[in-house]
Design a protein around this ligand. Structure first.
Ligand SMILES: Nc1ncnc2c1ncn2[C@@H]1O[C@H](COP(=O)(O)OP(=O)(O)O)[C@@H](O)[C@H]1O
Ligand SMILES: [Mg+2]
Length: 458
């Protein structure tokens, strides 16, 4: 470019020189002998002026313009940091200022554009739902990270491919057809097998339009609703379990009451026997409903324990007194290893419930003449409570399940001891509401140890 402007300058210079030489050769012979030096002088003077002017034009216009052209070409290439550095005092100055301003604005726009697209990309990529964008021909234009994770594909495997070559599910195919046909949002759901697990995916297909309301494509959103499904299942199971648990005592109460109504039972001892069963079963019902209400209270979102300073040593001693009768009946030896004056911040009534539940379990799931040891001691910022027994123990395969609602290793045994299967679920809730942890170690036929850690909260 530089060469060209110089080149043009020399071309013009040559033309001017040739014109003057021609004029010199034509005009000088025409002038009379005395005027010839004057004509030559005038022509040389005029030539000098024109050459100086030409040089000025070259310096102030040609040269800067060719430099600005280079800058413009850089801008076209996308190099928005290119700038014109010409400082002339004539017309080209405005031009180079305008070009620099243009470059500056372009650079800003480009920077903003890049930032926006980066932000958009970050948002789309970090969404909890999978996204797939299709054009009106069904080609995939964009997918996010969740999508590639969900369907085990890479972006390059998916982009610019026909959607039905990417996703083989019939329901997806139908959703696309429906969206293109009715131009309305379509909801559907599919299941995916992933790492041996079934995922439930809700799909929403949304058409999108341009300003003139023409369909431009559709966006697929894939929500993983596996966890919701699981919660729903747990709820259904719970309702089924509750109904089942209620059914047994009610059937029994009704049966014995009917028998007593129908038959003329003269035998007073038989009457007594039936009434005792009815009483026991209604007692069972009451316990069950009490435990259910307790659990529902604990599970309520707004549930919060009231922390008060409590004397744990006294609380444990009181609990021991309450379970003494039951222990004596089985000849079980209760041992207390509690550090004196152990206090912590907690909910007294609820912590007593925890200790009682664990003690009753230790007694109920022990053989006659067993030993139950309760230990409470400080351990750093925690208080450690251990309830140990040398009873029937729990097999490894089910140990994680004993905190589930209604889970019982041996249903009949639990029932015989008046268990509802809710005790440990309640215990776990209370411990966790105190920001504590509960663990269990057990060996079948050797015994179990329940270990609770509660924060001291100074
Ligand atoms: N100390 C223990 N030794 C052996 N098994 C236990 C012990 N504590 C609890 N379990 C088992 O865990 C199950 C759940 O306990 P829990 O929630 O208290 O219900 P339950 O009303 O049956 O006592 C019990 O049915 C029992 O099978
Ligand atoms: Mg229990």
């Amino acid at each position: 470019m530089k060469k060209t402007s110089k080149f043009i300058f020399f071309v013009y210079l040559s033309i001017v020189t040739l014109v003057f030489l021609a004029m010199l050769f034509i005009l000088v012979p025409l002038a009379s002998g005395g005027d010839q030096p004057i004509v030559v002088t005038i022509l040389i003077g005029a030539y000098a002026v024109i050459v100086v002017l030409l040089y000025q034009i070259y310096q102030n216009y040609f040269k800067p313009i060719s430099k600005i052209t280079i800058v413009l070409q850089e801008l076209i290439k996308g190099n928005y940091s290119a700038r014109a550095h010409e400082k002339t005092h004539y017309g080209a100055e405005n031009l180079s200022y305008a070009v620099n301003k243009l470059a500056f604005n372009l650079q800003n726009l480009n920077r903003q554009d890049k930032m926006h697209s980066r932000q958009l990309h970050t948002v789309i990529d970090n969404m909890e739902s999978g996204i797939m964008l299709l054009d009106t021909n069904g080609y995939v234009q964009l997918v996010n990270r969740k999508f590639t994770d969900l369907f085990d594909k890479t972006e390059s495997e998916v982009n610019n491919q026909l959607y039905y070559n990417v996703l083989k599910q019939k329901k997806i195919y139908h959703s696309v057809q429906e969206v293109f046909l009715y131009e309305e949002t379509i909801k559907n759901s599919i299941t995916l097998k992933k790492n041996g697990q079934t995922l439930y995916i809700e799909i929403v297909a949304v058409p999108f339009f341009n300003e003139s309301n023409e369909l431009r494509g559709l966006v697929f959103v894939f929500h993983d609703i596996t966890e919701l499904k699981h919660i729903e299942q747990v709820r259904k199971d719970f309702v089924a379990n509750v109904s089942h648990e209620l059914k047994t005592p009610i059937t029994s109460i009704k049966g014995f009451a009917e028998t007593m109504l129908d038959d003329e039972i003269g035998d007073r001892s038989l009457q007594q026997k039936f009434l005792t069963i009815i009483y026991k079963e209604s007692d069972r019902l009451q316990t069950l409903i009490h435990d259910l209400l307790e659990l529902s209270k604990l599970e309520r979102d707004e549930f919060d324990i009231e922390l008060r300073k409590i004397d744990l040593s006294t609380l444990i001693e009181d609990s021991i007194t309450m379970v003494n009768d039951q222990a004596e009946k089985k000849g079980i030896h209760l041992m207390l290893r509690v550090t004196k004056d152990l206090s912590l911040m907690g909910d007294e009534a609820r912590l007593k419930q925890v200790i009682l539940n664990l003690l009753y379990n230790a007694i109920n799931y022990s053989r006659d003449h067993g030993v139950v040891i309760i230990t409470a001691r400080p351990s750093n910022q925690w208080i450690e409570i251990l309830v140990e027994d040398n009873g029937i123990g729990i097999q490894k395969e089910v140990i994680d399940r004993i905190f589930e609602r209604f889970y019982r290793v041996d249903k009949a045994r639990s029932r015989d001891t008046g268990g509802t299967g809710l005790g440990l679920a309640i215990v776990k809730h209370i411990v966790e509401a105190h920001k504590g942890v509960i663990e269990v170690e057990s060996e079948l036929n050797a015994g179990s140890t329940f270990r609770i850690l509660l924060p001291i909260h100074k």
